[in-house]
Design a protein around this ligand. Structure first.
Ligand code: ARG
Length: 365
């Protein structure tokens, strides 16, 4: 009985996906209908169904297009999709992850990419990448304070329990950690040659370079679940390129992260004795200028928040032309620096959750 309910749910999720996907790909309604018949029998036989490569590829792009919090969606149709559903050995999964990093990094000319591993099967424990991002700095609690990224404290502990050891610098790249079903998780250190990093400098603050601040080039989210037509891909790491503020106004600036504003203010010779000097705001702007300057200089793709907002405006227009209703999460779409200088701040968005989409994995899953 329970399985039957599940089958109906899956069929009900497959139907609108196949219809929309096939319409967008200019397939005939008959083709969609035939395909749905085929899916129905696959579900009856096996409890699930398999996407064709075309459905997988377009479904992943639709999921990006539906990501309400993403300001970079203009480029949704240019996502490069690697189909890694056939891989079963953990060593092959590690190789595919390294290949993703290399191909997406592309020597600095970053390519938006997703690698899709096997989907969850009914009644089986899923494949999971335990990392939040494939490349991320470790964080350690020490008696003298935190070393590295405070956002990584608990994952770093997990890695150390598995036997991994970092160098205890502020920028130790964490290992890849993969878990198949109920098997113990396995880890692999990412060879240094795969990790493109950008040393931070500022054209008018030469002393900044001496601080040894850096960030990695490519943000590769690996802890979200990709849902396409009712199928759950629990391991589907994806990347775009950075918007400067993610690094300059959050990762390096937040008090609970690298907390660099007081240092920047000092390098600028600012008076930090009173908030009314706006030393934080001035430091924030120069830190963000340094991020954009350094990535440009290193030849690593990055976008400033004004250009990103303009690109999002174009996305809004294109969606309207395509007859699709735009969805968005205003609180995430506005950039954390000078939000009111962008049109996004002055616009409201419907935060409806469309399918296909990316979802957070619930804790412990
Ligand atoms: N905000 C995250 C970070 O700073 C990355 C999220 C994805 N960002 C992107 N540009 N695709 O690491």
């Amino acid at each position: 009985m329970k399985d039957n309910i599940h089958h109906t749910d899956l069929m009900e999720a497959a139907k609108p996906f196949i219809e929309l996907c096939y319409a967008e790909l200019n397939r005939t309604p008959e083709e969609a209908e035939d395909r749905l018949m085929n899916i129905r029998s696959q579900i009856e036989l096996t409890g699930t169904y398999e996407h064709t490569l075309e459905e997988l590829t377009h479904g992943a792009k639709m999921a990006w297009r539906n990501s309400n919090r993403c300001i970079g969606r203009l480029f949704w149709d240019r996502l490069k999709v690697f189909d890694a559903r056939h891989l079963t050995e953990t060593s092959d999964i590690f190789s595919a992850l390294l290949h993703h990093i290399e191909s997406a990094t592309n020597g600095g000319k970053i390519m938006p990419t997703i690698t899709i591993f096997k989907a969850a099967r009914p009644g089986e424990a899923p494949l999971m990448i335990k990392n939040h991002q494939l490349i991320r700095y470790a964080g350690y609690d020490t008696p003298d304070g935190t070393i590295g990224d405070p956002a990584s404290l608990s994952f770093t502990k997990e890695c150390m329990e598995l036997g991994w050891r970092g160098d205890l610098t502020d920028y130790d790249v964490l290992p890849l950690v993969v878990q198949q079903g109920n098997e113990p998780p396995e880890w692999l250190a990412i060879p240094k040659s795969y990790v493109l990093e950008v040393p931070l400098e500022h054209p008018e603050l030469p002393a900044l370079k001496e601080e040894g601040i850096k960030w990695y080039g490519v943000p590769l989210i690996s802890d979200m679940l990709l849902e396409i037509g009712g199928i759950m891909y629990t391991a589907a790491p994806f990347n775009g390129w950075y918007m400067g503020t993610e690094i300059g106004a959050r990762n390096l600036a937040d008090e609970g992260r690298y907390n660099k504003l007081p240092l920047i203010a000092k390098l600028m010779g600012q008076d930090t004795s009173s908030e009314t000097t706006l030393w934080r705001d001035r430091a924030l702007v120069e830190l963000n200028a340094a991020v954009l300057y350094s990535y440009k200089k290193a030849g690593v793709s990055i976008v400033d928040h004004h250009s990103a907002a303009a690109q999002f405006g174009l996305f809004e227009q294109r969606e309207q032309q395509a007859g699709r209703e735009l969805t968005g999460d205003w609180s995430w779409l506005i950039p954390p620096v000078s939000p009111a200088t962008t049109h996004i701040f002055h616009t409201s968005y419907h935060n409806d959750i469309r399918s296909p989409n990316f979802h957070y994995r619930s804790k412990g899953q």
